[in-house]
Write a protein that binds this ligand. Structure first.
Ligand code: FAD
Length: 430
């Protein structure tokens, strides 16, 4: 994940602070005796916690293009997770600080502050919002092991209840309601869009060909039924297969990188068997329909950078680079040279090797090197220096299994490559 602050981050920070800035004149400062200070902390954490909850909902709307000011959808999901987690902590702090603030008066007063009679509906709405948060966040914190992705996504619908209840709590208690209306519309509107409108905006494609690449890996060639989507190299889509004969994953949306050139109207998608749905896709029937949503992502940015690049792709993480190489083959001319190193276990797992070698043979400025971990072990600095002597000066793109990504990030950082010049994507949003 790129660390630089993006335009979208700044908008998010402004939206986050809005209800606090509007409420501050009423809240006053944090001075005075401990109970006043705790009351202030309780109110500020409550305001920030609810604003974060609503913004976590707002950034989940997944409109193609909306992710780009945030540096791509993967980065936006990280922000979404971070906001949800921070909101939970702040909401806990909110209740704790307000309860503690009443302790100097008496313990009974503290209990009554937190658990007043049922007639105090506004407060109970807050507790219900908290309970809904616990229900949908518990699997995220891995309390019960790694969650099943599709079940965890369905559970996320409870988040809409949490937002609604939290919003009710704020609207009944806040002096100025308008910032909450704004954030509420953004958060709940985004969820309504995702569940209601987005499914009808997916693009129909037909499976033209299923090309076996290796054991457990196929490339689907998809033909648009209408105008199709336009994309840039390195972007990805959500793919929902509609083949009735599929054993699993029918109608489910899964993210896959587009491995075809932006100049090609057909989409090519390399799919590795990594679970139920991707296993079933190995046997998808030609001429069946799929729905495509997107494109998303910012892997290479809007165009290739104006400097030499080093691409490091491992396993199925080679797909964004296959898309990039096919883009070069169809005439895209980056400013600098491109060196692609393909990390695979052995020749049988280097599914795109022949085509990449062939592209390197005819595209000037594009070179290709194969690295086999079974023979050569882990990637080393010596290997990089031998095949790309100026790698520390280049813009570096990584995509592969998490362990490979982590190893390469450490290796590059150890060689003094600044974090801002390393761009990486891991095929996992959890
Ligand atoms: C940006 C991105 C690009 C990707 N590109 C490719 C590609 O080009 N080729 C390829 O083979 N794979 C790609 N993947 C991985 C692919 O999405 C998963 O392998 C697939 O979703 C697994 O689903 P499953 O039901 O087969 O396995 P499961 O057992 O259900 O899932 C295995 C793991 O995949 C992840 N996953 C599952 N469903 C989703 C989902 N809907 N959204 C996000 N993550 C999910 C979860 O981490 C889960 O633990 C990409 C993933 C991401 C995030």
């Amino acid at each position: 994940m790129r660390r630089r602050l993006k335009t979208g981050d700044m908008v998010l920070i402004a939206a986050l602070l809005l209800p606090l800035v509007v409420a501050l004149p009423r809240l006053g400062g944090p001075g005075g005796p401990p109970e006043m200070w705790l009351t202030w902390v309780g109110k500020v954490s409550g305001i920030l916690g609810l604003a974060m909850m609503l913004l976590a909902g707002a950034v989940s709307c997944r409109v193609p293009g909306f992710d780009r000011p945030f540096g791509g959808l993967a980065r936006l999901w990280h922000l979404h997770h971070w906001l949800g987690f921070a909101a939970f902590i702040l909401v806990m702090l909110h209740a704790l600080a307000l309860g503690l603030a009443a302790v100097p008066a008496s313990l009974d007063a503290a209990v009554a502050t937190l658990f007043p009679p049922l007639s105090h509906g506004a407060l109970w709405l807050g507790w219900l919002a908290w309970a809904a948060m616990v229900v949908f966040l518990a699997p995220t914190f891995d309390f019960f092991g790694k969650p099943h992705y599709q079940r965890w996504k369905r559970l996320h619908l409870v988040s809409a209840a949490a937002l609604l209840l939290g919003l009710g709590h704020a609207l009944l208690l806040a002096g100025e309601a308008w910032p909450w209306w704004l954030l509420g519309i953004a958060g709940l509107g985004a969820i309504a869009w995702r569940k209601g409108v987005a499914p009808s905006r997916r693009h129909p494609y037909r499976v033209e060909e299923v090309v076996p690449l290796a054991r457990g890996v196929v490339e689907l060639v998809l033909r648009p039924e209408g105008s199709g989507i336009r994309h840039e190299a390195g972007q990805f889509v959500y793919l929902s297969p509609l083949d009735e004969r599929l054993a699993a994953g029918r109608g489910e949306e899964h993210p896959y990188t587009i491995a075809s050139s932006p100049a090609d109207a057909r989409l090519r998608i390399g799919i590795k068997d990594l679970g139920d749905a991707s296993h079933a896709l190995q046997t998808v029937t030609p001429e069946t329909r799929v729905l495509v949503e997107g494109p998303y992502g910012e892997f290479f940015g809007r165009r290739f950078p104006e400097r030499d690049m080093l691409w490091l792709g491992g396993g199925i993480g080679i797909t964004p680079f296959v898309g990039g190489a096919r883009d070069l083959a169809s005439g895209a001319a980056p400013e600098g040279r491109v060196q692609l190193i393909y990390l695979a276990q052995d020749d049988a797992r280097a599914y795109y090797r022949q085509e990449l070698e062939e592209i390197a043979g005819r595209v000037e400025g594009f070179t290709f090197t194969q690295h086999f971990s079974r023979e050569q072990g882990r990637m080393t600095e010596a290997f990089l220096r031998e095949h790309c002597p100026d790698f520390t000066e280049r813009e570096i793109y990584l995509c592969g299994p998490p362990a490979m990504n982590a190893h390469l990030q450490r290796l590059l950082a150890g060689q003094g490559v600044p974090a801002l010049r390393i761009h990486s994507e891991v095929f996992d949003f959890l």
